[in-house]
Design a protein around this ligand. Sequence first.
Ligand code: FAD
Length: 479
Amino acid sequence: MGSLGPTSKSKVSPRDIDAIKQLLAGTSATVVTPDDSGYHDTIKRWSMAASKPAGVSILPTTADEVAKVVKYASENNLDLAVKGGGHSTAGASSTDGGLLFDLGKMRKVTFDKEREVLVIGGGANWGDVDEEAYKFGYATVGGTVMDTGVGGLTLGGGYGWLSGQYGLVIDNLLEVELVLASGEIIRASKTQNPDLFWALSGAGQNFGVATEFVLQAKKLENTEVWAGMLVYPPAPGILEKLVTAVNNLYMIDPETGKTKVNGKGGGGLGFARPPDAGGATMILTPVIYFGTKDEAETVYKELIDIGPVANTTTMVPYPTINNLLAPPYGLRASMKGAAFELPIRPEFAQKNFDEYTKFMDANPDAGISMLLWELFDPAKINELDHGCFANRGLHFNGMICPIWTDPKNDQTCRLWAREMNEMWKKELEEHSSKEVGGGGEAPASVVGKKRATQFYGNYDHYDERSRDILGRIMENYRA
Ligand SMILES: Cc1cc2nc3c(=O)[nH]c(=O)nc-3n(C[C@H](O)[C@H](O)[C@H](O)COP(=O)(O)OP(=O)(O)OC[C@H]3O[C@@H](n4cnc5c(N)ncnc54)[C@H](O)[C@@H]3O)c2cc1C
């Protein structure tokens, strides 16, 4: 399902639309054609560069409605795409002329207090989940941006601010309700269809339409979290000091096996051009700490002592932290991920600063683009081993994210993201400690304990091959 490129599947015809309307007559599902009002909302995406004109959009409300239409689409060889939160920048949740499921009417989340689980509709986003869980003082591992979909993020592995304590989203996934291409509705868990459950946990965006997820909820020790942004000027020596500080915070001490943030802290190191910075590239360190203000300020003292020009840190309700780094929905964007290991080399950070600044100077339309080394304690993710997620290891993801508005700039901005991605790959090849890169013929063919691949499939690796994203998983199947 989904259509990333040219497909042998057919576009929908007026006859198909009539047939689907008949199939769904008397149900609560909505069928929206390109002439109907509301159609544009169904094809809107986080990055409008990933939007495509669907032949028809279906907004189902139940798994049964999904099943009827999936069966029809399979029997009639129709191209079919599924949209959860719409954050894929590769167009994986869009179809050109095919049939689109917009799961926006399946966003219900309920908290089962007895089992301490969250039952989540297939079209919910992380804001929906946070809101419901927080009413009861709970949360679960979810994305760091609230309008990202539970569907795509979970099926691809998923990590967020709670990953330092509880691992990936799939490590907390208990059950999935899935509509298969045949139209059959099944449930997958460790005891029901366990093979499929394993595959859904990390490579699951192609196995069917997930209409419900059940996730383990965690009681929050403190319902408020210390969070905010430290902003530094690009003054001489500052970047090097910041690189040293984040290396100290997030590197595992070989003696204790722990990081200084000890599972409770996360954030990153990045570059942006805030509107009030007069066109200067500023250095940002978003910071999150699950603890009191005093504890947090002790842990993050080295960063604070460097002297940020702005410090927005404060105690906030848990859901607020998933709004700290939220680029607006509906512009044009590309998101390339790039694996990296600690320590970050100051020379490499400086090179990125220079490249980012050059790109921003040359492309004023891309003024809110970001570049970020995402950081948290990787020990828990590395310790666990559920599912077929092949990117699990002691490494991190860099996020290269040009954001622009004019379609004329699509090529330039995407090219920059690709070039930066190549630069990060080269850095990994030349300086890797052999943890990352066991992805078959992936360029950095070094093999670590987990044989983690370099690529996190959820960070649109539209230029990469499945075998390099799935690594050892594909090898096992070939063997
Ligand atoms: C601003 C931003 C922030 C992000 N933050 C994080 C983060 O903190 N952690 C992280 O791990 N990743 C993050 N990502 C990456 C994110 O995990 C992927 O982009 C993911 O695919 C988004 O899922 P979605 O449902 O929003 O996207 P969509 O574009 O709707 O879907 C992406 C893919 O998943 C499929 N899909 C979606 N829902 C379903 C479903 N119910 N059943 C079957 N298939 C489905 C779609 O068909 C498509 O193939 C972020 C991305 C962006 C743009």
